[in-house]
Design a binder for this molecule. Structure first.
Ligand SMILES: O=C(O)CNC(=O)[C@H](CS)NC(=O)CCC(=O)C(=O)O
Length: 270
């Protein structure tokens, strides 16, 4: 593993596939021009809208988004995480909320189907029933081992509340945890940063957390603050509240140093 720059992209996706992909391409270009070699896009980067519209357009969203990720990775010669987009489930009227990691040759490196679904009545009055259109994944996420970028573990958004998933990833040797999200503005203001820092500290891993921000559709507001956190829990970059990128250096020497200073992974009892 070498030292390199990673980027967590922050965008305001809307119910318009082409518009979102144009925005994503601009931000990938911006990240690459600053030297990023690993680039993460947030949950729902290619489509964020009503569940019924997402379902109705599911096949088109899935195909166009997957092609887009392959094209971007090859064109810019970077490794890209598409942080969550719908892929229809065969013979079901549901989709998997899927994260895809694509390498510089356009090859698929890892795929993860979101396990924990957001079925929550948020105290701001909004009700979320992700399971009405999304099929829960059944498998723990993969850790992809890159000789250059380190061991990369995948997850999506609401997963961040379930530390056992990240313990699994760090037990598999993860160095970098991807947590792409579309966090609600209401929960985000109190929980987002705390949860991300906890996952980084307790697993002594880097956290790369791309995010949705602003008003996406109707009354749907997301929290923003895409960030990159180091294995000590220090926030290295924070994209604030506007679309943009958070960029920071991922360093194997820092991973080794923190794991020497705080060897908690070695002291696990359970
Ligand atoms: O609602 C949308 O249109 C897009 N959002 C999503 O796709 C997902 C599932 S509804 N959002 C989350 O998981 C938010 C979690 C969260 O905010 C928390 O854990 O507090």
């Amino acid at each position: 593993m070498k030292s390199y720059l990673a980027a967590a992209i922050q965008m305001t996706s809307v119910p318009d596939l082409q518009k979102n992909l144009a925005q994503a391409e601009e931000l990938i270009d911006l990240a690459v021009r600053q030297g990023a070699e690993l680039v993460g896009l947030p949950e729902n980067f290619s489509f964020m809208g009503e569940e019924k519209d997402k379902l109705a357009q599911g096949n088109a969203i899935a195909q166009v988004t997957e092609t887009f990720l392959h094209t971007m990775a090859q064109r810019f010669q970077v490794t890209i995480l598409g942080g969550g987009f719908p892929i229809p489930v065969d013979s079901h009227s549901k989709v998997y909320n899927t994260a895809l990691l694509i390498g510089t040759n356009g090859q698929e490196l890892a795929r993860y189907q979101k396990v924990h679904l957001f079925d929550v009545n948020v105290p701001d009055g909004n009700t979320y029933q992700e399971s009405s259109t999304v099929m829960a994944g059944q498998e723990l996420p993969a850790v992809y081992t890159s000789p250059e970028l380190g061991k990369i573990g995948l997850s999506i958004c609401y997963d961040v509340r379930f530390p056992e998933l990240y313990r699994h990833l760090s037990s598999q040797g993860a160095d970098v945890l991807f947590i792409p999200a579309a966090f609600t503005a209401f929960t985000g203001k109190d929980h987002w940063q705390v949860l991300l820092q906890a996952r980084a500290i307790e697993n002594t891993c880097y956290v790369i957390a791309p995010a949705q921000t602003g008003t996406n559709y109707h009354r749907r507001q997301t929290h923003g603050h895409a960030m990159i956190i180091d294995p000590w829990g220090v926030i290295l970059a924070d994209a604030g509240e506007k679309p943009g990128v958070a960029i920071a250096e991922i360093k194997p020497t820092r991973l080794e140093q923190v794991r020497r200073q705080m060897p908690s992974l070695k002291h696990r009892v359970f």
